[in-house]
Every structure is written in C-alpha cells, then in structure tokens.
Design a protein around this ligand. Structure first.
Ligand code: SF4
Ligand code: SF4
Length: 556
C-alpha cells in the first residue's frame, strides 16, 4: 500500500477509481495483463488458515481497534476534507476491484420472474404527478383515492396501505413550508442558502449554465415530441463516428474523460433493459406515459458514475445536509460526457439527478461492479459507502465491460442494522436477510412512503431529504487511513472477525441518536444530529440576531 492506493506494480487501465499517475505511466498500453497475477480471484481467495497465518485477524483487529480514536479524530479534520480525494477526484482512494470480480453480484440472482419497473414504481414519479394534479385543479386529497386518476391512482389502489402515508406526507410538507415562510428555521439559514444555491442557482437554473439539457424541458417549450432517436444524436456533427481501435481503447478513454469531467467512480456495462422503466421517456408527451416497454435500438452500453455528498454536512443530517451538492456535480459530469460522446459522432443520453432517468440506477451500479446492495435500499461502493449520487450516459459505443464484484458489504449488512435503528421513520427493514421478492429479486425492501414521510417533515429548506441512513453507515466514511485499512482487510477475511471487530467499534465509539431524536421539534423530536454541524453552517456563530435556544448533542 502506498498513499492509500493498492500498488499492484501493474497498470490500472480498467480500474474504477483511477490514479492519474498511472494513466500517465501506462498511457495507451493495452497489451499488458490488466491485473496483477497474484491478485486474480483464484489466487486471492485467502483461506482461513492463511489469513490467520498472515496475522490477518489479530493484526487487523488490533490495528483497527487501536486506531479507532485516532482515525475518528483524523476524520473530523478539515484535512480529510471531502473524503473522495484530496488530490484528484478520488485518485488517492483507489480500491482495486479486480481480485473481487464475480459473475453475479449479491442479490442479483433472480428468484422469480423478472419484471421491469414501471414509472410509478418510482416514488418521485408518484409525487410529481400528484402535486401536478393538485396544482392544475384536476384532483385534490378531499376527492379520495377512488377518484385519483391515471397510473398513479392505479398504483395506490393496488397498494392502498401506502395511500394514507402519502396523504399524511402532503400535510406535513405543507406545515414544513409554512414554518420556513414564517422564519422558524433561522438556525438553518446557512444550510438553506447552501442548498438553494446548488439547487435553484445551479441545477434548475436552465436559463443560465445548467447542464445537462433535459428533453422534457424542450418538449414543454416547443410542444413537439423529441424521441430518443432524435434527442440522443442532437449534437452529432460527423457523418460517421470516429472508429475506436478496440473496445478496450473506448473504455479506457471514456473512463478517463469521466474522471476529468469530475466524477469519483466510473464503470461501464452492457445496457440491461430489465432495469429500464416502462411508460417513461423524457421528451415525449406526459413524460412518455404511452411509451410502453420500447427500448431504443442505440441503447447498447451504459457508463455509470457517481460522486459523494460532502461528508461534514452528511454527518450532520438532517437539517445541515443536502443532496444537491453531489447531484449538481454528478449532473455536470453527465452533461459534459454526453456532449463529448456526441462530438465523437455517437449518440448519448444523460441519466441524472434529481429524477431525470429512464432507468433504475442501483442495478446498473451492481452489474458494473461499482457497488453492492445494502440494507438501506441503496447501494454501497467500497470507496464511499452509500454516500454516492449516481448518474449515467447511455450510448451505442462498443466497450469492454466491467463485471460485478463481491466485497462482502451486503454480508456486513446482515449483522449491522445501524441504519434501521437510526431511521426516523422506520422505513428500513430489520430482517436478518433480504427476503422480500421485488420484481424477481430478493431485497431488503425500503418502505418508500415512510421514508418520504420523514423527508416531508424534516428541517430542510425544500422539505426534502433526510439522509440519516447514509450518515450513520459505517461504510460512509471520509478517506482516512483507517477507512483504507478496513476496506482492504474486511473483504479478504474469510473468518468474519474483522467485520465483527469493526461493527463493535462502530457501535461503541460512535454515538448514534435514536430515530425519533432526529425528527423535527413539532413531531416531538430533538432535531438531533449524528455529528455536530461544521462551523460554516452554524448560522448563530456568524450572524447577528439568532438566539441559540438549542444544544448540539452530536459528536464533534
Ligand atoms: S448501516 Fe449497516 S446495515 Fe445499514 S447499510 Fe450501512 S452497513 Fe448496511
Ligand atoms: S432517508 Fe431517513 S427516513 Fe429515509 S430510509 Fe434513510 S434514514 Fe430512513
């Protein structure tokens, strides 16, 4: 190990988080083997005996436990910073996935008939449609579920238990908006300004420099449908696309460019239509409600990438945290990469946050080996835990594809349950193993309606988002040396003792509030935090006229 990187002595040309130094060193060198022979899966499948012989468990546990307090302190220093790399978009937190490649990712073996998700399986399509109907006067909650029209009405009639929770969320959302309007939340002035700058000033300021362009916006302006066969080629100027020397050349170049355009992690896979929403296509009438199950012919490959939210804010969930910092940065990567691919003569379509997607992102991260599934319903990547906001670009370039990984993160979730204990809304499953079959796959099923109920009543300016589960997850840690040691040792330990040691450390060294304590004061909560907010988000320390009537109970 050197500087937090796994030094294999070979190039990392097809790696996920790439070391810029290696790019230079191995530029366009495609003939060497991609990974060190010694690290190939069959050779790295360390036996229990060998692991112990290497001093693995003893050394690991002692080192990790002994270093706990120091690592904790380092993690709070400004020098640990964003956690995704102090030097170059993650270059210093490189995790070599090659020893851990597998044919099928955990929880991705179908156990029944695989069904494609419908757009109304996505909670933001449900909310968006309901709010749109209320605003247009087409429907209001007083009319009841029976009269709720369209696909969203059908969805709630099929899942009637979710409907009252959604109606309760709408009421809570209204109350939260009133509170903000009446100046109740002066305490959160700085985090609100930070959020709005990123959201309204950055992401949705489409008359400024907002990227990527969204086909729905253009459809709304012109009234003319724009099918993907038109939209995805809109900046292609070449008569013929540039021809890559090989799929490996294509993959290496596009990953390099994705890093250059700002992402922390990137991988490339074959486009899998099983995870594409039905009845959804941006740029088409009603968001593509009549699109059915068609898959555009040129959607052959998918480039998947993501960035984390800044760590200090994330640890200070709920009131001091926002997703928009990471949303904004992953959108920028998506927009730039989309245009770059068009310039080479290929179609490209960005899939990006907030909810500008035709595909479910999580399975794409699993299929390309960026991540594993987690209890909290999100995916976890070795470098960032579940603190990752993904985006993607779909194209028809012929790439060398990445394969799934197994680094035992899903296994760790079976023992851990920290997120379920801390979740303010009870949305996360406590089941030991994932046992709910969702569209053909076993999952820990997140109760999205309950989760959104918490979002709607939280202490955030847009009354959206909670992120407690991300903040408290032991995998969501800044890029300190202790994190680096842990993520290298744990997946190589066949005994499970490293995982047990890390979990015990997490539960003993870190104060984690109970779910109820995170809630807003008007719901009987303490507006508690996991870690205290950083100084630059404590409005009372910077501005006149804010009387501090609360205590911070989190860790410093
Ligand atoms: S907090 Fe624990 S159980 Fe939850 S996602 Fe993280 S590791 Fe898994
Ligand atoms: S975002 Fe909050 S409410 Fe939703 S699952 Fe995570 S902890 Fe629970």
């Amino acid at each position: 190990m050197k500087n937090g990187k796994t030094d294999t002595g070979k190039k990392d040309g097809m790696s996920i988080v790439s070391d810029p130094a290696n790019y230079k060193k191995h530029e366009m060198d495609f003939n060497e083997p991609q990974i060190d022979e010694a690290l190939k899966p069959e050779k790295s499948d360390v036996s229990r005996r060998n692991f112990l012989k290497l001093g693995g468990v003893a050394a690991a546990t002692a080192t990790v436990a002994g270093a706990g307090a120091a690592g904790f302190k380092i993690g709070r220093s400004d020098d640990a910073y964003t956690g995704y790399g102090r030097t170059y978009q993650g270059g210093d937190m490189f995790f070599n996935r090659e020893p851990f490649r597998v044919k099928t990712a955990a929880m991705m073996e179908p156990v029944g008939k695989v069904e494609r998700p419908d757009r109304y399986d996505f909670i933001f399509d449900r909310i968006g449609e309901i709010i749109g109907m209320i605003q247009k006067g087409v429907w209001h909650p007083g009319m009841g579920l029976e009269k709720l029209p369209g696909g969203v009405g059908d969805y709630y009639r099929k899942h009637p238990d979710k409907y009252p929770i959604m109606m309760d969320s709408l009421q809570k959302y209204g109350k939260s908006r009133e509170d903000w309007k009446n100046g109740k939340h002066l305490r959160y002035t700085l985090s609100a300004a930070y959020t709005e700058a990123l959201c309204q000033g950055g992401m949705y300021n489409r008359h400024g420099a907002t990227i990527p362009e969204d086909p729905d916006d253009v459809f709304k302006e012109t009234g003319k449908p724009i099918p993907p066969e038109e939209w995805d080629y809109r900046h292609v100027k070449r008569e013929k696309p540039m021809e890559f020397k090989s799929p490996q050349h294509a993959a290496k170049l596009i990953k390099r460019m994705a890093h250059l355009f700002g992402t922390s992690i990137v991988a490339i896979g074959k486009f899998d239509p099983r995870f594409m929403f039905t009845n959804k296509m941006r740029g088409m009438p009603n968001g593509g409600a009549e699109w059915g199950g068609k898959v555009p012919e040129h959607w052959k490959s998918i480039i998947v990438f993501g960035v984390p939210m800044y760590w200090d804010q994330t640890y200070s969930a709920i009131g001091y945290c926002t997703s928009y910092d990471a949303y904004f940065r992953s959108r920028v990567t998506a927009g730039l990469l989309e245009r770059f691919i068009n310039e080479l003569g290929y179609p490209a379509r960005a899939q990006f946050p907030g909810y500008h997607y035709e595909i479910m992102m999580e399975p794409q991260l699993l299929l390309t080996g960026l991540a594993e599934y987690s209890r909290s319903g999100m995916v976890m990547v070795p470098e960032l835990g579940c603190n990752v906001r993904p985006a993607a670009v779909v194209t028809n370039i012929d790439f060398e594809y990445d394969q799934p990984i197994s680094v035992k993160m899903s296994e760790f979730c079976m023992k851990c349950k920290i997120c379920a204990e801390a979740c303010p809304s009870g949305a996360i499953s406590f089941e030991d193993e994932p046992n709910t079959v969702v569209r053909g796959f076993k999952r820990w099923k997140l109760d999205e309606e309950k989760c959104y109920n918490q979002w709607a009543s939280g202490q955030t300016v847009d009354a959206l988002g909670c992120r407690v589960c991300i903040g408290v997850c032991p995998y969501s840690r800044k890029n300190t040396w202790i994190h680096t040691i842990s993520r290298e040792l744990e997946p190589r330990d066949p005994t499970g003792l490293v995982a047990d040691g890390l979990l015990a450390m997490q539960k003993n060294f870190f104060r984690i509030p109970k779910g109820q304590d995170f809630q807003s004061d008007w719901l009987g909560g303490k507006e508690d935090v996991y870690h205290n907010p950083p100084w630059y988000l404590r409005a009372e320390e910077v501005f006149e006229g804010i009387e501090k009537t609360w205590e911070y109970h989190g860790m410093s």
